[in-house]
Design a protein around this ligand. Structure first.
Ligand code: 5GP
Length: 194
């Protein structure tokens, strides 16, 4: 996605050979125009899938997720990372090891919102080692719902998540695919759509 590639080139900060910081438009400050375009792109790619819910993880998946949900005319659900006082019963849970925070979180979704028969589009900001996506897949399965596709804003293709998640057989669409962050440089995957 051309607009996203441009934004990453202009504003992305390579923190190490494995971590890209995009705090100026996705992970802290949010660019609403870019998020709208991202939502439209996800919706265009998954419109034929009969999506009934969009599911993401708080907090950075919410902005692209809500825009995709708006375009698809569905609700957005965000899995919570922390226990909520007002949300304690009827929870589906999965364990997710966080690549950036290096800690395990129990993510949860209420059975009130994710239901048997739902066709769910999973959205996340990054795909690194695939743990977040696999956790979301687990929640959908527990609900007896169906994973209709997985939409990723930025995939780091040099990490194992892409392979792991595609091995589940679900369709994965990434709007930017990064082949390398070596030498402080962002290199996009060759042949990837720009
Ligand atoms: P995974 O579960 O695929 O290993 O990692 C995905 C999660 O880790 C994403 O939800 C994202 O929040 C975070 N993440 C992974 N890699 C990066 C990165 O290079 N930059 C940022 N900002 N977040 C990342």
């Amino acid at each position: 996605m051309k607009l996203l590639h441009k934004k990453i080139e202009q504003e992305g900060k390579v923190l190490s050979d494995t971590v890209l910081k995009v705090d100026s438009f996705l992970n802290h400050q949010v660019d609403p125009q870019l998020m709208k375009a991202i939502g439209e792109e996800f919706a265009a790619r998954f419109r034929q899938e009969g999506i009934t819910k969009v599911l993401t993880i708080e907090s950075s998946g919410i902005a692209p997720g809500v825009m995709a949900a708006m375009e698809l005319g569905t609700p957005l659900i965000f899995a919570r990372k922390k226990k909520s006082l007002t949300l304690s019963e009827g929870l589906l849970t999965a364990e997710v090891y966080s690549f950036t925070k290096q800690e395990t979180n129990t993510i949860s979704v209420s059975t009130q919102y994710l239901k048997e028969g739902d066709r769910v589009l999973l959205i996340d900001d990054f795909l690194a080692n695939g743990q977040a996506a696999l956790g979301l897949i687990e929640l959908v399965k527990q609900a007896g719902a169906h994973v209709a596709g997985i939409g990723i804003v930025i995939e780091k293709s040099f990490q194992e998540g892409g392979k792991l998640v595609r091995e589940t057989g679900y369709r994965v669409e990434s709007l930017a695919e990064i082949e390398s962050l070596n030498d402080g440089q962002v290199t996009f995957k060759k042949g990837a759509e720009v």
